[in-house]
Design a protein. Structure first.
Length: 380
């Protein structure tokens, strides 16, 4: 009995502790995942609650795992585990059947699971969790009630501090494809032997007021009596997707300058401002000043945004409007979320390799940036 209890506590405790911790390392990743689900289920009105929900979820998982694993406040911990399992196991079954979002996000970006894998994991985990719940009154507490609650409170306060540290700065462990040291072009390559996604394309043509669908093999090429109307592509089989697959930087003129930036022998600073109209104007002003200083010292500088240019022109505050001398690129919003978990955030590149990443809170001052580039030059 004791051995079964001990093994069950390890399985349940470690799983929940790990799940809560990886979410706390990258809290914005959890926020984005909540927003993905809200969008998929037409519940976008809940987006403003995403951060609060992300903090609550990872806190409950961490405290439940901590409690069960170390047998501190065990009964409260196992009740929390069971309630979370009752909530999420049916939900993961629905997600597995409907697949509105391909990656469940239960282990953040540290471990990617499909929805069916997540549901299977929950079913397996239910066995030790239910066992512990049934025998909860037979497991002696390792600490007294008062001391146990004190330890849990201290653990939670430290955990919250850890969450807000990762929010203000960048995640202490970067699980994203754009981590420091990454050579971006390598992440865009399809490995030998791997197949890309396969799509079936259908062409819609019209003749004498009648529309008809054709495949690539039988569409009416050269027959001018048919007028092309539209085309649609359907995913036939999911292939390998490179970790970096949407890194496309488009200038304000509509030119793709991705390779120009990745192959540049100059140092390149990328300022990521995903929602430029929502960012504090003072933070944007600091970024623009850094950009102009960088360009004056032979460091290329680009402002990457996902909003249309109209969003820049109409952004609130003079600081957001004063962008003279700053080169702007449009980038897919999801890509910007993946590049850096900060808005604004910064990446320093050299010939396609990410040398440094910063949030708005720990961006070095201008002179320090010069020292960093000078030091890299000496080391190379």
């Amino acid at each position: 009995m004791k051995i079964i209890n001990y093994i069950s506590r390890i399985l349940v405790g470690v799983t929940f502790l790990f799940s809560g911790t990886v979410k706390a390392i990258d809290p914005l990743g959890s926020v984005y995942k909540f927003q993905d689900y809200f969008s998929a289920f037409n519940m976008g009105f809940l987006n403003d609650l995403s951060l609060i929900l992300a903090i609550i979820l990872c806190s409950l998982e961490f405290l439940a795992g901590f409690s069960v694993l170390f047998n501190i406040g065990f009964r409260t911990g196992i009740w929390t585990v069971i309630l979370l399992m009752i909530l999420f196991t049916p939900l993961t079954l629905v997600l597995a059947l409907t697949n509105p979002v391909s990656d469940c996000g239960c282990f953040g970006d540290a471990v990617h699971l499909t929805n069916w894998q997540t549901f299977s994991k929950n079913i397996i985990l239910l066995i030790p969790a239910v066992w512990l719940f049934i025998n909860r009154n037979k497991i002696a507490a390792s600490e007294g009630a008062a001391r146990g609650w004190t330890l849990l409170s201290i653990a939670w306060i430290c955990f919250l501090a850890f969450i807000f540290y990762n929010l203000r700065y960048l995640p202490v462990i970067d699980f994203l494809p754009y981590k420091t040291g990454t050579y971006i072009p390598d992440g865009m390559i399809l490995p030998e032997g791997k197949s890309p996604d396969k799509y079936e394309t259908t062409f819609i043509y019209e003749k004498n007021g009648e529309k008809k669908e054709f495949s690539l093999a039988n569409y009416p090429a050269g027959d001018t009596s048919w007028k092309f109307v539209d085309q649609k592509s359907v995913l036939v089989s999911k292939g390998y997707e490179p970790p970096i697959h949407d890194f496309i930087l488009t200038s304000m003129n509509g030119d793709d300058i991705t390779q120009q930036i990745l192959s540049s022998k100059n140092y390149t600073m990328l300022m990521v401002a995903r929602k430029i109209e929502e960012i504090d104007p003072e933070l944007m002003s600091k970024g623009y000043e850094t950009g102009r200083f960088s360009k004056n010292n032979s460091i290329d500088f680009y402002l990457l945004i996902s909003s249309p240019l109209l969003g820049v022109d109409e952004a609130d505050g003079e600081a957001n409007i004063n962008i003279d001398g700053i080169d702007i690129c449009y980038v897919d919003e999801t890509t910007l979320k993946t590049m850096v978990r900060s808005d604004p955030g910064y990446l320093l590149l050299k010939e396609g390799t990410i040398l440094h990443k910063w949030s708005w809170a720990n961006l070095p001052d201008k002179e320090e940036i010069l020292k960093i580039t000078a030091l890299n030059k000496l080391n190379n």
